[in-house]
Write a protein that binds this ligand. Structure first.
Ligand code: NAD
Ligand code: 89V
Length: 344
């Protein structure tokens, strides 16, 4: 069997999950890694037995010998690295958040289009087992046509110890976490046409907002609420669970704590636990996210082999990223933002 050869840039906190995900795929091999921090390069190189190690992405691309690149760095480096990959015509995965601005994100999509290469944003939350289970119920028609929805992530978990950069940016929860919830809302309820948002900073030790409440109008007439918080001190910490509520004309669906999915509709009332699998390399409470990493990477390998655009392509993710931009604009200006104006 000829293996698909990959390279990974950025060997930090989250990249370890991505390396495990690639390791699990029998037909994929990561042949080169890159990080400007020699300590991270050594830790990840030694853990996963990767011999080709680079301090510079330019040097790694110049040597080549891989079929795709997985960019796992933080947001400010994304545009330059994606454009570098495009200049070498290497199919590219880029971590969320897509880019610092929508203008950068559009330029990245254009660069990959011009190079004729696929670009996938590593937007993994829609690949979580409980979210896939919600989507399957909706698609089955069990609650009829949905008219209202809520995607909610409220937590008091200390994300700053693992990811200290999250405390420093002017933008925090919408850009880092809300982006996932907004993508789930698009995945479940369809594209949005307008956004109204309010934000707050409760934790005064950080620079950005840690609470956001967003109201979306969807093209199909649905209304949804996407609410996110890292300032919610709950009796039982739910991190990193996303809760979902959907009302349809024939019933209702509720995804709640401990992955309990309740569907009340045409087939009566059912309750199921739609918990993620605990992969051998995963650890609680991150296993839900970790399994979704493995699943999105499998999807990338399949779509690359088939020559088909991945579900969370750069083009698709522009619409999620536009919601992030719209939320910040709306909160700043105190008005509703038309998505058409942003996407053009
Ligand atoms: P991190 O700071 O721990 O790791 C980033 C690594 O990239 C660092 O080791 C740094 O030295 C390296 N790096 C940065 N720029 C580079 C460059 N130009 N060339 C080579 N190396 C470079 O960050 P992290 O917490 O691992 O986050 C990385 C990305 O993953 C972020 O965009 C974050 O939002 C995202 N993330 C996604 C999820 C998810 O579920 N999808 C979860 C956590 C983090
Ligand atoms: O998924 C993420 O992007 C992470 C976290 C869940 C901690 O917000 O940064």
């Amino acid at each position: 069997m000829t293996k698909l050869k990959g390279a990974l840039i950025g060997c930090g906190f989250f990249a370890v999950n991505q390396m495990h995900g690639w390791n699990d795929l029998a037909d994929v091999e990561i042949v080169a890694i890159c990080d400007r921090d020699p300590k991270r390069l050594k830790i990840v190189g030694d853990q996963f037995g990767v011999a080709r190690r680079y301090a510079s992405a330019e040097a790694m691309f110049a040597d080549g010998g891989f079929d795709f690149v997985d960019i796992a760095t933080t947001v400010n480096s994304h545009r330059a690295l994606v454009e570098l990959a495009a200049s070498h015509k290497v199919p590219t995965i880029c971590q969320k958040p897509f880019a610092p601005t929508l203008e950068d994100a559009k330029a990245m999509v254009a660069a990959c289009d011009q190079a004729g290469i696929p670009l996938m944003i590593h937007e993994n939350f829609r690949w979580q087992t409980p979210i896939l289970a919600v989507k399957a119920v909706l698609d089955s028609g069990a609650i009829g046509t949905p008219f209202w929805g809520r995607v909610s992530f409220r937590s008091g978990f200390d994300v700053f110890s693992g990811q200290p950069y999250l405390a420093k940016g002017k933008r925090f929860i919408i850009e880092d976490l809300g982006i996932h919830s907004l993508d789930i809302a698009r995945y479940l309820f369809g594209d949005a046409t307008s956004m109204t948002a309010r934000t707050k900073r409760v934790n005064q030790a950080i620079a950005g907002e840690d609470v956001a409440t967003m109201l979306l109008d969807h093209a199909n007439g649905m209304t949804s609420i996407v609410d996110v918080s890292y300032a919610s001190k709950l009796p039982e910490e739910p991190f990193p669970e996303t809760f979902v509520e959907i009302d349809g004309d024939k019933g209702t669906l509720r995804l709640g704590k401990d992955y309990k999915l309740t569907v009340h509709g045409l087939d009566g009332t059912t309750q199921n636990i739609v918990a993620p699998n605990l992969l051998p390399w995963a650890s609680r409470p991150w296993h839900n996210i970790q399994e979704s990493v493995a699943l999105i990477q499998k999807h990338w390998a399949e779509r690359l082999a088939e020559g088909r655009e991945p579900d969370t392509s750069g083009r698709d993710n522009l619409k999620t990223f536009a919601l992030v931009e719209a939320a910040y604009l709306s909160a700043e200006q105190g008005k509703t933002i038309d998505l058409g104006d942003l996407l053009g």
